[in-house]
Design a protein around this ligand. Structure first.
Ligand SMILES: Nc1ncnc2c1ncn2[C@@H]1O[C@H](COP(=O)(O)OP(=O)(O)OP(=O)(O)O)[C@@H](O)[C@H]1O
Ligand SMILES: [Mg+2]
Length: 514
């Protein structure tokens, strides 16, 4: 029987009880009333052994929409609202499925937890005194009511409600649209002022399935990410901030940026794309860091180009070693410029990554990308700051197969795949170039045309590589010959000098010199 029906049956009984109770309250003295009330309470709980918990939509002094209410509503929408006879449609901002259906007012649905049945209903109260206002206001107070048998009180108030909130939050996270933040001065004329995060929806379709790289390497990265995601207790146990740094390095077009998008989609994290060149100073960097949220990826692309982070250290050392005046002058000039233009320093960036402030958020990934890993200061990329170094390299045969599947829906080709495999072993080509060749450019281009186009490009690349290697060999041979010639000339010169000295000494001995 539905709870609603139970209530209606009980209605008339309760009305009679209330009438008797009112008469009783009027004519009997307080001690007798107290005695009687004890027994009526017992009787009521015997007849109606259910407990109700209300979750109000608006809460707090400022009557903000309660997060708990929203989370429960999300849980109910996903789990049992579909069973309600009357539904309410709502458009939710920043969600992948913006249209959310939930049960309408005065509807009731059931849910089950560990074999225990509970009832949820959506209700609202309307104010008794109508308010007169020119502005349309809604004084309705909405709330969700959870009803359960009193014998299940402990399970429901501890485990079940916890379960509902956790599930609701997980569904919200899964449904929400990822955001891509970037730091930029708010207006053009304000470019000398602090930068702020602004955001847009992150809709990059990259995933680990579409990312072209060796399967073992991909597997290793996925496992690393999964371990990180589930590492809450572990990081607490070892006393480390819950964050991880990745350094992606490799030539242009090998998929570093694509990898970042794949990680964001896989982890369901927002992305903060930090443009270091417009960050004024270390304080601004710190402020930007504080404003990032948990469960996010902070990206600094092309870290080698962002700042002369390597130079600052090197130059200091050089100045200690070398007393050269020219260099000193240059240094002081550079320092002066640095003072005026940017007070963002390497140590500021190091602090950003793993200083005390970097722990002001949880579950965060920091990614640096670079084309030239050797240019970076070792302090910047040491383990602990950049925990995992991932090399993105030229296209291998395994990577090609992923691209062929993505772009042409083909798994194998008896004739052309072996040719491509051989060529990829003999020359180098970035996945970006391979992908470009594989993409059909017109409706007349079929699978074979695209594969042949790739073979032709690979052959050209091979020829170019061979020419370059031959040229390099010639240059090396020329350099070797020149060095040999220089050596011979030098030896001859030395010989001549010695012979000259010898003849001078002989002449001296024989008394020919004055
Ligand atoms: N490993 C890859 N897997 C799938 N697609 C790739 C891969 N590498 C490159 N691509 C394709 O090539 C394009 C360029 O790749 P991407 O921007 O990720 O390269 P990058 O390494 O970040 O280059 P840069 O160093 O110039 O920033 C992408 O749009 C993508 O389509
Ligand atoms: Mg890139």
């Amino acid at each position: 029987m539905k709870i609603g029906e139970i209530w209606s049956n009980l209605g008339s009984i309760m009305a009679s009880i209330m009438f008797v109770y009112a008469m009783f309250d009027k004519f009997f003295p307080p001690p007798i009333r107290r005695y009687f009330r004890k027994y009526t309470n017992k009787l009521t709980s015997l007849m109606y052994p259910y407990i109700q918990i209300k979750f109000h939509e608006l809460s707090g002094d400022h009557l903000k929409r309660s997060k708990t209410y929203t989370v429960i509503q999300t849980y109910l929408s996903a789990n049992s609202s579909q069973r309600a006879k009357r539904l309410k449609a709502e458009v939710i901002k920043d969600s992948q499925n913006p249209l959310v259906l939930s049960m309408d007012d005065n509807q009731e649905i059931t849910d089950e937890f560990n074999g225990i049945k509970v009832w949820w209903s959506a209700n609202h109260t309307t104010p008794k005194t109508p308010s007169f206002s020119f502005h349309p206001t809604s004084d309705e107070k909405r709330f969700l009511t959870l009803t359960f048998h009193e014998r299940n009180r402990d399970v429901i108030t501890t485990s079940y409600i916890q379960h509902v909130l956790e599930e609701g939050k997980a569904i919200t996270r899964k449904n929400r649209q990822l955001k891509l933040y970037t730091n930029s001065p708010s207006k053009d004329w304000m470019r000398y002022m602090s930068t702020k995060w602004s955001h847009t929806t992150f809709e990059h379709p990259a995933s680990f399935e579409t990312l072209a790289m060796e399967p073992e390497k991909k597997e290793e990265i996925i496992n690393d990410l999964l371990k990180f995601k589930e590492g809450k207790e572990y990081y607490t146990k070892v006393g480390k901030a819950w964050k991880r740094g990745y350094l992606l390095f490799g030539p242009p077009g090998t998929g570093k940026s694509t990898m970042i998008s794949a990680i964001a989609n896989f982890m369901n994290y927002d992305v903060y794309d930090l443009e270091l060149t417009i960050v004024k100073d270390n304080n601004e960097l710190k402020r930007l860091l504080i404003e990032t949220s948990s469960k996010s990826i902070i990206v600094i692309e092309d870290i080698d180009c962002s700042l002369d982070l390597t130079g600052q250290r090197k130059m200091k050392k050089e100045i200690d070693d070398d007393e050269n005046d020219e260099k000193k002058k240059l240094m002081s000039k550079a320092k002066g410029e640095e003072k005026n233009e940017s007070k963002l320093t390497l140590s500021g960036l190091l602090n950003f990554i793993d200083g005390i402030w970097s722990a002001c958020g949880r579950e965060r990934i920091i990614i640096f990308t670079t084309n030239f890993v050797d240019k970076l200061d070792p302090a910047l990329i040491r383990r602990g700051r950049m925990d995992k170094h991932i090399e993105m390299s030229y296209c291998s045969y395994e990577a090609f197969k992923v691209l062929a599947r993505n772009y042409l829906d083909v798994e194998s080709h008896d004739e052309l795949f072996p040719v491509i495999e051989k060529l990829l072993g003999e020359t180098i080509m970035t996945p970006a170039d391979v992908a470009e060749n594989l993409m059909p450019k017109s409706i007349t281009e079929d699978l074979e045309t695209c594969l042949k186009k790739l073979i032709q490009s690979l052959e050209e690349a091979k020829k170019k590589l061979e020419e370059e290697e031959a040229k390099k060999k010639v240059e090396e041979e020329e350099a070797r010959l020149k060095e040999e010639k220089d050596k011979q000339e030098f030896a001859q010169e030395e010989k001549n000098v010695k012979a000259d000295e010898h003849s001078k000494e002989n002449a001296k001995e024989n008394g020919f010199v004055h």
